[in-house]
Design a protein around this ligand. Structure first.
Ligand code: NAD
Ligand code: TDX
Length: 334
């Protein structure tokens, strides 16, 4: 099978390609990535020479490039996106362009070339924010209520993907997942920012009161969920994907990371809150469990520790990125 992965130099995309090339050695993977500030060719270096893998530097908004790459492809796995909520607050424009227009250009090309499966990677943030302690969870039936430019652009892309199924019969699937963590995540995101700050001897930064809750999903669990959908999922269907944490606040996550470093709460610095900061996310992943037999297998405690070890061993990867991300935070006062 020939697969086009978009955004394969990013965090989840590069982990997906590594996993897939190993597990399906007869498949061919094309990786189309613009290498924005979030795309790191170094994340692909261990599989770059695999004869079944090819990297194409290009923009999903460039229909000529997209058309030439989609030709002959059976499956598209679409990760490419602007993904950082804080950046969408500072400058929402690129989120509309890549996430909405770029996804539309890919859909058009997939339709023209008779792609057999278009899998769209989306987020639980399209559903908005849950009350703390409400016990509620997002499910496939939850009404969309995006509250940041990032979430609004992802919600819009989800609607376009579904419209191409309903109107033109393009065989699409969608996964909306929670917050991923694991190796090769850019140090501008919460967990790797804390780990790399601690390695460099700085305090960890917590927005607002730190009571915000995220559902944490180990990246390999997410990839196995995508695998389940690609191999067993029904065209037109959406599946929610979540992890093994249960209402754990950012402050609690920070304390767990600090414990791994033998540090205490005196290494926490509370900073300005994010504008429109979503309070709580929680994901009901019972549909994908019931229908496709997937469930998360990596618990948070031990895989957080393994993630810390990865960052300790791979300073070559994140050191050059850290300066750039901290420039953004300095500008935002965070
Ligand atoms: P990332 O920011 O690490 O990587 C995004 C990749 O897309 C980068 O390699 C970048 O260069 C590429 N890209 C951006 N604009 C492009 C364009 N116009 N053309 C081609 N390539 C472009 O993102 P990630 O964390 O790996 O997320 C992957 C997908 O998963 C995204 O669609 C995101 O919305 C979704 N998602 C991520 C998380 C998470 O916790 N990281 C959670 C839910 C959903
Ligand atoms: O330094 C920080 N301190 C802090 O308290 C940072 C960077 C973040 N935070 C908070 C904000 C959030 O409540 O931690 C939480 C997680 O923040 P991010 O890592 O920026 O993730 P989030 O905004 O939840 O969005 C992520 O998960 C869903 C991804 O970036 C999205 O692409 C994905 O769709």
């Amino acid at each position: 099978m020939k697969i086009l992965v978009t955004g394969g130099a990013g965090f989840i995309g590069s982990n997906f390609i590594r996993y897939w090339l190993k597990k399906y050695p007869n498949d061919e993977i094309l990786n189309l990535d613009k290498l924005t500030y979030a795309g790191h060719i170094e994340s692909t270096s261990d599989f770059a020479e695999n004869p079944n893998y090819k990297f194409i530097k290009g923009d999903i908004c460039d229909s000529g490039t997209v058309d030439s790459v989609v030709e002959g492809v059976e499956t598209v796995v679409h990760f490419a996106a602007e993904t950082h909520v804080d950046r969408s607050i500072v400058g929402p424009g690129p989120f509309v362009v890549t996430n909405v227009i770029g996804t539309h250009i890919l859909l058009e090309s997939a339709l023209r070339h008779g792609v057999k499966r278009f899998h769209h990677i989306s987020t639980d943030e399209v559903f908005g924010s849950l009350e703390l302690d409400s016990g509620k969870k997002f499910s496939e039936k939850t009404i969309y209520d995006p509250r940041s430019a990032y979430a609004a652009s992802k919600a819009s892309s989800d609607h376009f993907v579904r419209a191409y199924f309903q109107t033109y019969g393009l065989p699409i699937t969608i996964t909306n997942c929670s917050n991923n963590f694991g190796p090769f995540q850019d140090p501008e995101k919460f967990i790797p920012r804390m780990i790399t700050d601690l390695i460099e001897g700085r305090d960890v930064k917590i927005y607002g009161d730190g009571k915000n809750v995220r559902d944490w999903l180990y990246v390999e669990d997410h990839i196995k969920a995508i695998e389940a959908v690609l191999t067993k999922g029904q065209p037109g269907q959406t599946y929610l994907v979540g992890g093994m944490t249960n209402d754990i606040s950012n402050l609690e996550v920070a304390k767990m990371v600090l414990k791994i470093f033998d540090k205490d709460e005196s290494s926490i610095k509370f900073v300005k809150d994010r504008l429109g900061h979503d309070r709580r996310y929680a994901v009901d992943w019972s549909k994908i469990e019931k229908e496709l037999g997937w469930k998360p297998e990596h618990d948070f405690d031990s895989w957080l520790e393994k993630t810390v070890s990865w960052y300790r061993k791979n300073e070559w990867w994140w050191k050059p990125l850290k300066k750039e991300s901290e420039k953004l935070y300095a500008k935002m006062g965070q």
